[in-house]
Design a protein around this ligand. Structure first.
Ligand SMILES: Cc1cc2nc3c(=O)[nH]c(=O)nc-3n(C[C@H](O)[C@H](O)[C@H](O)COP(=O)(O)O)c2cc1C
Length: 404
């Protein structure tokens, strides 16, 4: 199905040898019924001419930040508000670097910084430029900000070298854009809502002392941010963490498992529940209102805490369509996660190995396995990567779940 009809695409052409491919891209987009406006960087103009672009788009080519011929003289704002998506194709190492540092020194970089739209990069450069740590860090930073990336591909380059850095073919970019708009349509049609629980809980013994765990809350926060970025209305219910408050979502801060349970209950119904919090399994049977005096020995009586995942999964009327639990395991990860699915009645378990110090609890990285209740679906391993990238992968699967 063609989701590109009547879409407004702002194409930024930067100064790479593959710029000529963007002319073919414009032609294909026009065939699909999209409207295209183009920004050409100064270096981009060395590779393609404004005349050839205008002939294809039937629209003016924008080149200057300070353009006295422009009616509003605020093209960086008007263009970024006009479009449905910004496509940077080809995206040079230089422009990627500028975007990642928030530079605003020409029309392209200023409008990307001023934009409230998704930015899709189509990187194209020499293999060494692409593999350079600086470029890799810049791209990874932009992906964390929610930018999307098509390619680059492996192949022979214009300079005669071979490797990763080749611009994706226009047909592949069209396919990517079509999927992008198809997902957007489904989301806006359904207006999905989600709850994410995150962080540890503190189970108080007396007003000062408590039992807690090492959860940093990072993975849950990243999932909430990624859901928001993808248009899902999200409530984040967080135990005590040191993380900055994410924007554009409803954030509820709690201390105990009991409070987390109450807030979860209050914020139903939702379509999706992601229970990433490490809720203490036990709470203190008798909370002491006054500080317990120092003594040689003390017996603490613990009892089972609220089981939020099980509560959501078995709710008669308000069960979310998709209930996802997390399992932090130190051994037999898959078997334990499968057992947890049948015990808790949730749909997916996302399991990670917390015995590995380089991933899991306090790390910025994670490696997870997704175990599905639906036995027609194969378990999946998402190999070690940044927690924000893990979150994007999980979100992708959540969206796909609602598209089918
Ligand atoms: C012949 C030639 C080809 C180039 N090809 C590329 C390229 O494919 N990718 C890239 O990142 N830079 C390439 N460059 C370097 C960029 O043109 C240069 O970094 C420029 O500053 C990019 O500016 P822009 O990002 O504002 O368009 C090339 C330079 C020359 C002279």
């Amino acid at each position: 199905m063609n989701y590109l009809k009547d879409k407004k695409i702002l194409l930024i052409i930067t100064g790479g040898i593959a710029a000529y491919k963007s002319l073919e891209l414009i032609r294909l987009l026009k065939n699909k019924g999209s409207e295209i406006k183009t920004v050409l960087t100064k270096s981009g103009k060395e590779f393609v001419t404004p005349l050839s672009i205008t002939s294809l788009t039937q629209n003016k080519v924008y080149e200057e930040l300070f353009d006295s011929n422009s009616e509003a003289e605020m093209d960086h704002i008007t263009l970024s508000r006009w479009c449905d998506v910004i496509l940077v194709s080809p995206a040079t190492a230089n422009s990627i670097s500028k975007f990642s540092y928030g530079n605003a020194e020409d029309l392209a970089s200023t409008l990307v910084l001023a934009s409230d739209k998704k930015v899709i990069l189509v990187p194209a450069m020499n293999v060494r430029m692409w593999m350079h740590q600086a470029t890799q860090e810049n791209v990874s930073k932009l992906l964390n900000y929610g930018y999307l990336c098509v390619g680059p591909e492996i192949g022979e380059m214009a300079c005669g070298e071979y490797g990763k850095g080749k611009m994706s073919e226009p047909t592949k970019i069209i396919e990517f854009l079509n999927n992008f708009f198809s997902e957007q349509k489904t989301i806006s049609k359904k207006k999905l809502k989600a709850i994410v629980t995150s962080g540890p809980t503190k189970e108080y013994i007396d007003p000062i002392r408590y039992i807690s765990n090492n959860s940093s809350g990072k993975q849950g926060y990243e999932i909430a941010k990624s859901l928001i970025k993808n248009g899902i209305e999200t409530t984040l219910i967080s135990g005590p963490t040191n993380l900055p408050d994410p924007r554009n979502l409803k954030l509820i801060k709690v201390q105990t498992g009991e409070e987390m349970y109450e807030e979860t209950k209050k914020n139903l119904p939702v379509d999706i529940a992601v229970c990433a919090a490490a809720v203490g399994d036990f709470k203190i049977s008798k909370f002491q209102k006054k500080k317990i005096k120092k003594q040689d020995k003390i017996n603490l009586e613990l009892e089972k805490n609220r089981d939020i995942l099980n509560f959501l999964s078995t709710h008669n009327f308000l069960r979310p369509n998709l209930v996802i639990g997390f399992a932090a395991e130190t051994n037999n990860i898959i078997e334990n996660a499968e057992a947890k699915i049948s015990k808790k009645h949730c749909d997916w378990i996302i399991a990670n190995d917390v015995s590995k110090s380089e991933i899991g609890f306090d790390s910025d990285f994670n490696e997870v396995s997704i175990i599905y209740k639906d036995k027609n679906k194969k378990n999946e391993l998402i190999s070690k990567r940044n927690k924000s990238e893990i979150a994007e992968e999980i979100t992708k699967r959540i969206l796909a779940n609602f598209n089918t």
